[in-house]
Design a protein around this ligand. Structure first.
Ligand SMILES: NC(=O)c1ccc[n+]([C@@H]2O[C@H](COP(=O)([O-])OP(=O)(O)OC[C@H]3O[C@@H](n4cnc5c(N)ncnc54)[C@H](OP(=O)(O)O)[C@@H]3O)[C@@H](O)[C@H]2O)c1
Length: 212
């Protein structure tokens, strides 16, 4: 049975990924700050502790990381630092530990977001971190050995998230559709790139509709 670590397993995207991995027969080690075993991706010691006893893992997926909207002129240092420490450095630090836990041919999948390519107003903070993650993944792939692979998924705005925010989510894909991109990424051969829900990739018309 293939073993997968899933960070952020209780989230909107994480829950859907967990369901699909479980249906495919993966042995999923589901984690987050509140789950056991726990991990806090903002805390290096917590990442070290989590990975200390993990080995021979086939897949490591992170679907966690804080993102905050806000007009650039109003962003506080705290808002910017939360995003940098959580979504960016949290995922970078996961990679630093996770590679040692990964089996040959194993894969790491991080989470960015489509705002890296198609931002909305008031998304500078999010767009910056998502684009940084894409650059990080491209460069890290050049240094990987033992057949290891790394990808970043750039999800579009998720239907369930839009609905929870009281917005019209009818142009947004459900979390299950996004989860399929993670699973395809795990089961494919690609590395060092960003992957998308097809219809919502950067240059597709439907994605531009989302911005209206
Ligand atoms: N939802 C969207 O529309 C959307 C679109 C594009 C990109 N994304 C990105 O996708 C990722 C997941 O989004 P989501 O909407 O699924 O989030 P979510 O519903 O808020 O869930 C976040 C998950 O991550 C865990 N988590 C949060 N902070 C953590 C930390 N410091 N350490 C470890 N685990 C942590 C949470 O559990 P605990 O509270 O137990 O830690 C939860 O399981 C985020 O990076 C987000 O920016 C989301």
């Amino acid at each position: 049975m293939e073993k997968a670590v899933l960070i952020g397993a209780t989230g909107t995207i994480g829950k859907a990924v967990n369901q699909q991995l479980t249906e495919k027969g993966y042995d999923v080690i589901a984690t987050s700050r509140k789950l056991t075993p726990s991990i806090d991706i903002e805390n290096k010691e917590s990442i070290d502790n989590f990975f200390a006893d993990k080995k021979d893992v086939d897949a490591i997926i992170c679907a966690a990381g804080d993102a905050s909207f806000g007009a650039f002129s109003n962003l506080t240092d705290e808002q910017i630092n939360i995003e940098l420490n959580s979504k960016l450095m949290g995922q970078v630090n996961i990679c630093r530990k996770a590679l040692k836990a990964l089996k040959p041919s194993g894969a790491i999948i991080l989470t960015g977001g489509i705002f890296a390519h198609n931002p909305w107003p008031e998304t500078t903070n999010i767009a910056m971190v998502n684009a940084a993650l894409e650059g990080f993944v491209k460069a890290l792939a050049l240094e990987l050995s033992e057949g290891h692979r790394i990808l970043v998924v750039h999800p579009p705005f998720v239907k369930e998230t839009a609905q929870a925010m009281g917005m019209d989510g009818s142009n947004c894909p459900p979390a299950m559709e996004i989860a399929r991109v993670y699973v395809q990424g795990l089961e494919g051969k690609e590395s060092g790139k960003a992957v998308y829900v097809d219809e919502y990739s950067p240059n597709r018309q439907s994605n531009r509709r989302l911005r209206q």
